[in-house]
Design a protein around this ligand. Sequence first.
Ligand code: PHE
Length: 345
Amino acid sequence: MLDHERVTIHTGSRSRLPVIVAVHSTALGPAAGGLRLWHYADWRDGLTDALRLSAAMTSKFAVAGLASGGGKAVVALPEGVKLDAGRRREVLRDVADVIDSLGGAYATGPDVGTGPDDMAVIGETTPHVFCRPARLGGSGDSSPHTARGTLAALRAVSRRLYGTASLNGRSLAVIGLGRVGAGLARLLAADGAALTVTDIDPDRRRIGDELGAVWRAPDEILAADVDIVVPSALGSILTGQNVAELRCRAVVGPANNQLATPEVADLLHHRGIIWVPDYVASAGGVINAITTELHHAGADAAQARVGAIEETVGDLLETAQRLGRTPARAADELAARRLSAAAPR
Ligand code: PHE
């Protein structure tokens, strides 16, 4: 069943690439969600990604208490295709045309494969864009805020498991050292955590070395003997098979769509591993962008909203325990309540 309000697929008039925009829900407000510029074996895989990611954005905003709806844009690049600057501009202008044609139902932001400079190009065509560079009036890179929000979620989990929010002396495995993962690893190292890290790009090992982290191969790190595993790369990293190999007590990270299937949340729960829903832990970036750009909050107020993820996660863990259900279910129910309370439009 398609439960999205609207999904548009265009062949970009300049780039000839598939441009997919999925608006999952505008029940809480106009939809927002990042633009993913990524490689897919088949463009239909990009569509599947857009559908799942946009639905997660709806829950992300609902649990974060923001009056925005869930959406996502995906440009499906064929495997092996590299975009030079000129081609990249064409792609971005194609995306901007599609967004503009939606008349405000969806606004974009950065995601895997895009950043503030790309948002600047999109902003030449349409006002429906977040996170342009500060010099153009945007809130800039969202990844430091996503990293800080994830740290807040980790603190709540640490408090629950160890009675202290401090991560000093804890061991964590950070999977993926992209913009968010690397920023988060730095925050964790500064807090005194012992890190094990990996990335599919071996060049990123340098970042781990800087932080005194142990490097593990991507296919070995899930089973690392650490307190908390921190998925910070692409999705579907937790499967029915590999959950059995985990040795950690919690999985909390900024990656979107961490579970290969929703049932994996139950498997984690049965193993006694706390899983904080990805859409809760990863909300810092959108919280900062939306509160500053849409609601005109000052930097401090926005920071405080990002930091409040610690309370949100603490409350969810408590509710889950009290009602004897997974944090995933507690979060889904909270999102559903907020969505059904919204006036139908
Ligand atoms: N990539 C962000 C996320 O998944 C999307 C985003 C960031 C959208 C900032 C708008 C502004 O949450």
